[in-house]
Write a protein of this length. Structure first.
Ligand code: SAM
Ligand code: SF4
Length: 314
């Protein structure tokens, strides 16, 4: 579907749960999230119904995220349902803690690719930033995903000056092994509000790495700019703050409670769960919302989202 500004909305990102088995310091409060009653969460069948409507409106790609999508009950059924609807590409963003045990079944059910979040290659730093995570599980998952031929694997790394800025070269080496590493600027959202000391712009990282050549834009990626180093490492840079990609934004978001968000950085949303349960025409609501998708975010003007990232899924 084309929105009022001519953008073709063909990408739906779904946060299937706001629960997580980690507590990354910039994303989740230490005590976790407030308990939400079962009734307030979209069922697997309801999510499937909403995806079907989006499919009919022209959505071709669905990303499942969270919270941690692999802790959601029924995730394999959901993937299978979405595949059966004929969605062209299903991807998943995961912390990969449970991926080792689930990768084979996820592939069989229809996941085409994984983005794996990993901010450090040091065991203790990983334990610290995730408040208890086991790096070995993530590395084992990455190897398995590779063995299963689910490629390309993308690693998402949020760069923080006082945490992992000194590991950039290690991530470049990881990328030289054939994994695409994407550096993400820390966004001032939820738990990360007020952590501006840790913010590093991608242009600073590009300068630090040095040996990089920009890869020609194939028109596929709206959010990342890709570079290659002389050893063939492919590195992506996601700059939500310093470079706006709003004019090309092709995505909308659905959270696990059924809130439809037109922009990651907006506090505005429209709930689909209640009208869906009342049997109302939610296709009309979705079309109205897409038509009103904002022109751009207002982060540079200080207009930050006060939701934690785990509720929206990144
Ligand atoms: N739990 C899954 C994971 O970690 O991959 C999916 C959800 S997580 C919210 C999605 C992505 O958002 C992760 O790569 C995470 O690092 C990123 N993220 C969370 N908070 C962020 C922030 N304040 N700024 C930039 N990225 C953030
Ligand atoms: Fe969980 Fe992902 Fe947030 Fe970390 S970034 S706390 S893994 S939702």
């Amino acid at each position: 579907m084309i929105d009022a500004l001519g953008r073709n909305i063909d990408y739906l990102r779904i946060s299937v749960t706001d629960k997580c088995n980690l507590r990354c310091k910039y994303c989740m409060p230490e005590e976790g999230i407030q308990h939400v009653s079962h009734d307030e969460i979209l069922s697997i069948e309801e999510i499937t119904k909403i995806v079907e409507i989006f499919k009919n409106l022209g959505v071709k790609k669905v990303r499942l995220t969270g919270g941690e999508p692999l802790v959601r009950n029924g995730i394999l059924d959901l993937v299978k349902n979405i595949k059966d609807l004929g969605i062209e590409e299903i991807t998943m963003t995961t912390n990969a803690i449970k991926l080792y045990d689930m990768a084979y079944d996820l592939k069989k059910s229809g996941v085409d690719r994984f983005n794996i979040s990993l901010d450090t290659l040091d065991r203790w730093k990983y334990y610290d930033i995730t408040r208890g995570g086991d790096l070995d599980k993530v590395l084992k998952s990455i190897n398995l995903v590779k063995e299963l031929g689910i490629e390309p694997i993308k690693i998402n790394t949020v760069v923080m000056r006082n945490f992992n800025f000194n590991e950039i070269d290690d991530f470049v080496k990881l990328a030289e092994s054939g994994i695409i590493v994407r550096f993400i600027e820390l966004m001032p959202i939820g738990e990360a509000i007020g952590k501006s000391d840790d913010y590093v712009s991608n242009s600073e990282i590009i300068e630090k790495i040095g040996d990089l050549e920009k890869i020609k834009d194939d028109g596929k990626s709206k959010v990342a700019e890709y570079y290659r180093n002389s050893n063939g490492a492919v590195l992506g840079f996601i700059n939500p703050i310093s470079h706006k990609f709003c004019s090309e934004c092709n995505r909308v978001r659905l959270d696990c409670k059924g809130n439809l968000l037109m922009c990651l950085h907006s506090n505005k949303s429209r709930n689909l769960r209640q009208p869906l349960r009342r049997g109302e025409d939610i296709e009309k609501i979705i079309v109205d919302e897409i038509y009103r998708k904002p022109k751009s975010h207002l982060l540079l003007e200080g207009n930050f989202n006060n939701r934690d990232m785990n509720t929206i899924g990144g």
